[in-house]
Design a protein around this ligand. Structure first.
Ligand code: YH5
Length: 263
């Protein structure tokens, strides 16, 4: 899954038209490099980020989704927690909902049920503005597994079939460095829920904390983390740098499952 941020700071070369063209070019490049999904996000969920209005988020993401759906050959994912944005994005052709709130916003469960597209349920403790202040768990792995199991049950009760769900422990969302490292070591525990596991580690602050690297120097560690996630059971990795990640994973497949090379 390739990350396509459409926040004002990401493609800020003036008017809306050039921004859309730049987003499309970036998406095409990620697909050429091997991305199987492009994840479009219009709200920054980085630690400390301020929320944006529904209208602002719609203005950012809907024109980009409309053009991607016509011009790229892979499903387009909408990274949002807002039900209004989910509904408009799916109407515009998005084929996947990626929700960092795991459909906990008011109305999100019913919108997702009506959308009839696959949904990623991510765990977050707290909210982006303050989630990194003092994250606490009894047992980070079982607490998050129980949370995700409960959200899966809520989805099924709302009419979303289980086979449409993906789960994600939410690296960096209300977790200390130690929490994140323990989750990665025990990622396979999440596969016990019988659903595909998604892992988003690309460029995240845990790399900065572990290695003392600024965001622009986190590529190599990001590739290493994506590969570790795949080794530990992840079926989808959400990354900014598609080509190097795909190469690393293809090499891993060549070693461990030679049949994958024939397809
Ligand atoms: C995720 O893990 N993450 S947005 C802080 C950074 C770098 C990157 C510089 N959406 C996830 O990518 N959706 C985001 O420090 C996500 N899983 C899913 N499913 C945060 C992000 C980032 C944050």
């Amino acid at each position: 899954m390739g990350v396509l941020n459409v926040t004002p700071d990401s493609f800020s070369d003036g008017g809306r038209f050039t921004a859309r063209e730049a987003a499309l070019a970036q998406a095409r490049r990620m697909v050429e490099e091997g991305a199987a999904v492009v994840d479009v996000g219009g709200e920054s969920t980085r630690p400390g980020a301020q929320p944006v209005s529904v209208q602002e988020e719609l203005d950012r993401v809907i024109p980009v989704i409309e053009s991607l759906v016509r011009k790229v050959a892979v499903p387009v994912s909408i990274d949002t927690a807002k039900p209004e944005v989910m509904r408009a994005a799916v109407a515009a052709g998005a084929g996947f909902i990626n929700d960092v709130l795991a459909l906990r916003a008011e109305g999100a469960l019913s919108v997702a049920a009506e959308a009839k597209v696959p949904v990623c349920l991510m765990h977050m403790q707290g909210e982006p503005r303050c989630m990194q202040e003092n994250p606490q768990y009894q047992d980070v792995v079982s607490d998050i597994r129980d949370f995700l199991a409960a959200r899966v049950a809520a989805c099924e009760a709302a009419g979303i079939p289980r086979n449409q769900l993906v789960i994600d422990p939410g690296f960096g969302f209300g977790k200390t460095l130690e929490h994140n490292l323990e989750l990665l070591r025990h990622l396979r525990a999440f596969t016990a829920l019988g659903l595909p596991v998604l892992a988003g580690l690309s460029r995240k602050s845990l790399i900065g904390k572990a290695l003392g690297l600024p965001v622009e120097r986190r590529l190599h560690a990001s590739v290493a983390l994506a590969l570790m996630a795949v080794q530990n059971g992840a079926r989808i990795v959400r990354v900014h740098d598609v080509a190097p990640t795909v190469e690393a994973i293809r090499m891993w497949e060549a070693v461990y499952s030679p049949k994958a090379q024939e397809t």
